[in-house]
Write a protein that binds this ligand. Structure first.
Ligand code: HEC
Length: 150
């Protein structure tokens, strides 16, 4: 049996594929994740690297591996993790002093991102995120991709 593929059939198939692709991205969690990932990459990854739970691999992510200066502690498992508790990371004296077993929950992270120095003066992280919406985006991103697992 021979199937003849006309230009019209091809066009129809292509249009179908485009529509499916568009529907998949439009308004789904994937699109939100993509925006959150962009913000994380732009704001945090240069010091903290990638969040390990986010396994998307794109050229930009690979670049992050190459250009990351590991200035900050890894953020895998950070949501819900006790402050200042990542293995052998050399935290600042200020952080060591204040990290008395409390955990990085929504409230703590929001304060930290609003102004890290106002929250823990003398810490070695300097960050001010003015927009509440962006802080929330990052918090949700960490909650999803970097939950504490003990
Ligand atoms: C310029 C580098 C830099 C940037 C940018 C940065 N951080 Fe940090 N971060 C650090 C350093 C350094 C520390 C350790 C602070 C200390 O010991 O006082 C830290 C600590 C932290 C901690 C505490 C971790 C723990 O183990 O207690 C969290 C949470 C954190 N950063 C999240 C973020 C997030 C999320 C972003 C982006 C919104 C970000 N940081 C941007 C350098 C940075």
């Amino acid at each position: 049996m021979s199937v003849s593929i006309t230009k019209a059939t091809l066009r129809a198939a292509l249009a179908g594929a485009l529509i499916v692709g568009w529907v998949n991205l439009g308004g789904s969690a994937l699109a939100d994740d993509e925006a959150a990932r962009e913000l994380y990459l732009k704001t945090c990854s240069k010091c903290h690297g990638r969040v390990a739970g986010d396994v998307s691999l794109r050229p930009e992510d690979l670049l992050v591996y190459v250009v990351t200066m590991p200035l900050g502690p890894p953020l895998r498992n950070v949501y819900g993790r006790p402050a200042g508790s990542f293995g052998t990371y050399p935290y600042s004296e200020a952080m060591k002093e204040i990290a008395t077993g409390w955990k990085w929950d929504e409230e703590a992270l929001d304060l930290w991102f609003t102004s890290s120095q106002d929250m823990i003066r003398g810490s070695t992280m300097f960050l001010k995120m003015k927009k509440a919406e962006e802080r929330k985006t990052i918090i949700d991103y960490l909650k999803k991709y970097a939950p504490y697992e003990g």
